[in-house]
Design a protein around this ligand. Structure first.
Ligand SMILES: Nc1nc2c(ncn2[C@@H]2O[C@H](COP(=O)(O)OP(=O)(O)O)[C@@H](O)[C@H]2O)c(=O)[nH]1
Ligand SMILES: [Mg+2]
Length: 455
């Protein structure tokens, strides 16, 4: 996995900006930079920022005045020689500088290749590399905090005692194989069994935090449904505090689902406004209603909206029949109207609190927000303990626990040590896959393909 070539990439987003940072990593980083500066005597002190002139390869004309920083191997992010060029953030200029470096022999980096090199050179482990990606992709402060903790090595530190505990079971078993002809003595079996069950418990407890971690990372999909004109689009706009969806008193105005992201207490909410559900002969509207059904099916939570100023009509009942099959909340809109009646019998759904709202006045939106995240309360960026936020880690923790469970039953049925050890070694390998020690190359390639270029 040791890289021999020198890679280059733009590390800041493409587009106009104050500065744009180009990163070069590899053994020729300094040689390439000397060419770019047309200065063969360029010998910078590591970790110091120097202002230099960058020049075109053919004409020698000035491209930019840029800040150049040299990080000498192994004291760099990748563990290789690294040069960072802070240029002015003009897209054509940055392209020109990169093209010039390619001309001198650099190679355009693949996604995540800088981080992959850092991993190969033991500058960080796999969970930390993944944390860098998660940090960059984080959509909320809570997700940033979790990624930062993982970047600090918290996950690997949490796994280490489990790896130690496994080794503590494996090592004596290995030595028993060589000396004992018969089955394991009763007391050894008992000891191993109790150590195993404690370990399984710990692993499962850690795995369970994934439900919270996934929520912090991916958020909650919430879909607003109701018949036309109950005020879905008005509530959608109200929750987002902006006029995103078109609101009219013409039923059937919203013909396609639209989605936006808002955050409630650090949890990203993917909010979808849908076409009103009703029987329609209009083909476009029918397609919209089909999308509404899809959006209901995909949602973690459906908010059913009814017009509280009117009696329930058959279209409402159809919406209720369909949407109450999913996790749902009921909101009663238009509480500002005189005919609004929260206590009307038909709205008293037995096991449900109904939230009164006036999208027009903006009242009731805060209680609605609170109700949306209520099942997830306690997940607060300040209270939350470290959680598993990556499906790959979750899967491997479960596989570890499962293979220990099978080992446990083998132990109970007094299987041979060799058989018992197979499951224990599997568990050890799964834990090692989390931190990258035993991760197969194709899995690594898959992980790094999800990174952005320049990281
Ligand atoms: N009085 C009153 N009118 C509302 C309220 N919410 C929405 N409306 C009106 O109801 C009509 C339909 O609203 P809209 O949001 O487009 O409903 P949708 O079809 O469910 O998306 C519009 O004329 C809105 O101004 C409310 O809370 N009170
Ligand atoms: Mg609408």
């Amino acid at each position: 996995m040791q890289a021999t070539d020198t890679i280059v990439a733009l590390s800041t987003p493409s587009g106009r900006s104050g500065i744009g940072v180009i990163r070069i990593s590899g053994k020729d980083a300094l040689v390439l930079t000397r060419s770019l500066l047309r200065d063969q005597n360029f010998n910078p002190q590591p970790n110091q920022v120097i202002l230099r002139t960058l020049r075109d390869a053919n004409s020698g004309e000035v491209l930019d005045r840029a800040l150049v920083t040299y990080f000498k191997a192994p004291h760099s992010f990748t563990g290789e020689d690294v040069i960072e060029l802070s240029c002015h953030g003009s897209p054509p200029l940055l392209l020109h500088v990169i093209d010039t470096l390619l001309f001198y022999g650099a190679r355009a980096s693949d996604p995540g290749e800088f981080t992959l090199r850092a991993l190969a050179n033991d500058q960080l482990n796999l969970t930390q590399a993944e944390a860098i990606r998660d940090l960059i992709d984080a959509q909320t402060h809570a997700a940033v905090r979790q990624a930062a903790r993982q970047l600090g090595g918290e996950l690997s530190a949490r796994l280490q005692p489990y790896i130690d505990a496994l080794l503590k079971i494996i090592v004596p078993l290995e030595s028993t194989i060589e000396f004992v002809e018969d089955n394991l003595p009763e007391d050894v079996t008992k000891n191993v069994a109790s150590e195993l069950s404690a370990l399984i418990q710990n692993l499962e407890d850690l795995a369970k935090t994934f439900s919270t971690g996934r929520l912090l990372k991916e958020g909650l999909r919430v879909t607003l449904v109701g018949r036309p004109n109950v005020g879905k689009s008005s509530i959608f706009n109200g929750l987002l505090s902006l006029n995103r969806a078109i609101v009219t008193d013409i039923p059937g105005t919203t013909r396609d689902s639209i989605s936006e992201i808002l955050t409630i207490h650090g949890i990203p909410i993917h909010l979808t406004d849908t076409a009103g559900m009703r029987i329609s002969i209009d083909e476009v509207e029918q397609l919209g209603i089909e999308r509404t059904r899809q959006s209901i099916a995909d949602a973690d939570l459906v908010v059913i909206i009814l017009d509280g100023s009117q009696s329930l009509i058959s279209e409402d009942k159809e919406v209720l029949a369909e949407a109450t099959q999913h996790r749902h909340l009921i909101a009663l809109n238009k509480s500002d109207l005189e005919t609004f009646q929260l206590k009307r019998a038909e709205y008293l759904f037995n096991d449900h609190t109904v939230i009164p709202i006036s999208a027009k006045l903006g009242t009731g939106l805060a209680p609605l927000k609170a109700a949306i995240i209520e099942p997830f309360s306690g997940i607060n960026s300040h209270e939350t303990d470290f959680v598993i936020s990556n499906a790959r880690h979750y899967d491997l923790l479960l596989r570890t626990a499962n293979s220990l469970r099978s080992t446990e039953s083998l132990l109970m049925s007094r299987a041979t040590e060799e058989l018992i050890l197979v499951g224990l070694y599997d568990a050890l390998r799964f834990l090692g896959e989390i931190t990258g020690e035993t991760t197969p190359d194709d899995v690594l390639a898959q992980i790094f393909s999800t990174f952005c270029i320049g990281k």
